[in-house]
Design a protein around this ligand. Structure first.
Ligand code: GDG
Length: 472
């Protein structure tokens, strides 16, 4: 019987070394939850890197057996693969290019070769498990070449691809010396999905101009196959966040956290450390708000969580320094014995505490300079079970296309963001409720399970359309 294979760079578990042994820590991320309904069924399986390097063949064999029990199969990466394919080409070339940070792009041929080599490694691992009639769903920018590599080996398979980060304008794509190979790689899929209509449009335009392939309403007629390209905005596990916000445990944690902050308006900022998230710009806008509105001193504070990420890359270390300096300056300029303007945490929190932060904050300040979707803003809205709270959201986040009832801002507009903070703080409860209700309806309807279903239904439809065309 045909099965479905999910493929992503990282498996939904992380391998940790502990006292010479290893253990698996499950990922509670949205994607893992949503796709759980697929890979845990029947013969289905998830293939990816377990997130640590393992050289010892005996340990590898043990890991294969343990992962098999979890319905997963590993692709082992060497230290060199991790440096050149993951930290190199994926995170120093594709990541900046696709987020419009063209000055950060590293053009390194060795990294490109590693990218080809590792995509091939993934292909080989999949071929060992796949049958010609299987469905293979490949995820994200680390594996752009994989759909075409798979197509060459399994011409009849159903292959889908989803990109979680933005797809930039043709003007950026053309800067990459490997643009032709990258687009051809993606076009090995039958269905190619993005978060937004704009990402889809950029992709179609790049395919048209670089590969000379035109499209009709998102359908590309390739040499011998019809390819569909469309937008599928990803959702969250809505009930998980709403139920957690209502739970006694979360309320207890929120009460404990609130402590002396009880009489303050709280702004929440949560991101992985990344230059695409606009963290310094956000802090500067808060600084301006404090400077222009002294009547709010001691009445408003920001909780800022920065989750450590890519800590070995120079530009990330510099960003961390910049944030530390900015926070230090603002706190030393304004704080009093009773008030700290920015509560800054450089670490991640367990889910229950994250949920408490969402539930207890009045305003979420989500202002990335670019973001494929951004799930934090959706999680915040789902957690507002008392219908009080305001979302300030960047126009540059994919989520802004759906969440039109947020206060939308341009993250580069220092004055505009400072004004939005004031507007959010003074918003009456009636307006808060109207906006939250409308956004909750959208997020609840298009949750992660619906996203998976819509995508898979479309894939079936495309395959049927291909068959209809062949039989004509
Ligand atoms: C890509 C795209 C796109 C954050 N801090 C903590 C914590 N988190 C969780 C949040 C949220 C996730 O991390 C971050 O969500 P993003 O949307 O920023 O997504 P990424 O996974 O980084 O990245 C992005 C996404 O893919 C999905 O397609 O939206 O645009 O870049 O779920 O809750 N979780 C816990 N503690 C923390 O401190 N437990």
């Amino acid at each position: 019987m045909a099965k479905t294979i999910i493929v992503s760079n990282r498996l939904p578990v992380s391998l940790r070394h502990k006292n010479g042994k290893f253990e698996f820590k499950p990922s509670a991320g949205g994607l893992a939850t949503g796709l759980g309904s697929i890979y845990k069924e029947g013969e289905n399986i998830w293939i990816g890197w377990p997130g640590n390097d393992v050289e010892d063949p005996e340990q590898r064999a043990e890991i294969i057996i343990e992962l098999h029990e979890l319905k997963m199969a590993p692709v082992f990466l060497t230290k060199e693969d991790i440096e050149q394919f993951y930290e190199g080409f994926s995170n120093e070339t594709l990541w900046p290019a696709f987020h419009y940070f063209t000055q950060n792009i590293n053009y390194d041929e060795n990294h490109w070769e590693a990218y080809v080599r590792v995509n091939q490694k993934f292909c080989d691992a999949i071929i060992k498990k796949a049958s010609p009639e299987d469905t293979i769903w490949v995820h994200d920018y680390q594996l752009l070449l994989l759909p075409q590599m798979l197509r060459e080996r399994l011409p009849g398979a159903t292959i889908a691809f989803f990109q979680h980060i933005p797809f930039p304008s043709y003007e950026v794509v053309r800067m990459l010396p490997w643009r032709q190979e990258i687009l051809s790689g993606m076009c090995g899929a039958d269905l190619i999905g993005f978060h937004t209509y704009d990402d889809m449009r950029h992709f179609l335009s790049a395919v048209g101009r670089i590969m000379g392939l035109s499209n009709e309403s998102g359908y590309i007629q390739a040499e011998n196959r019809l390819i569909n390209v469309d937008s599928f905005p990803m959702g969250i596990d809505y009930d998980k966040f709403a139920n957690s916000a209502k739970s006694k445990n979360t309320q207890r944690i929120a009460k404990k956290f609130l402590g002396q902050l009880d009489d303050q308006k709280l702004l929440l900022s949560i991101d992985r450390l990344d230059y695409s998230k606009g963290i310094p710009q956000r802090i500067k806008a808060f600084d301006r708000f404090l400077e222009e509105n002294p009547e709010y001193h001691e009445k408003v504070s920001m909780i800022m969580i920065v989750v450590p990420s890519r800590a070995k890359v120079k530009s990330y270390m510099e960003l961390k320094e910049e944030i530390d300096t900015l926070v230090g300056r603002i706190n030393s300029d304004y704080s009093t014995l009773n008030w700290l303007p920015i509560h800054y945490f450089y670490r991640s929190f367990p889910f229950e505490e994250l949920s408490a932060f969402y539930a207890m904050s009045d305003i979420a300040l989500v202002t990335p300079l670019r973001d494929g979707m951004n799930l934090v803003c959706k999680e915040f809205v789902a957690s507002k079970v008392d219908m009080k709270g305001t979302l300030i959201l960047s126009e540059m986040a994919g989520a802004s296309k759906e969440l039109q009832d947020a206060i939308l801002v341009n993250p580069n507009d220092n004055k505009g963001v400072a004004e939005a903070i004031k507007y959010a703080i003074t918003m009456d409860e009636k307006e808060q409720k109207l906006r939250i209700t409308s956004m909750q309806e959208t997020i609840q309807r298009y949750d992660i399970f619906q996203w998976v279903k819509v995508f898979m239904d479309r894939l079936d439809h495309v395959k049927q359309k291909q068959l209809d065309l062949q039989s004509k």
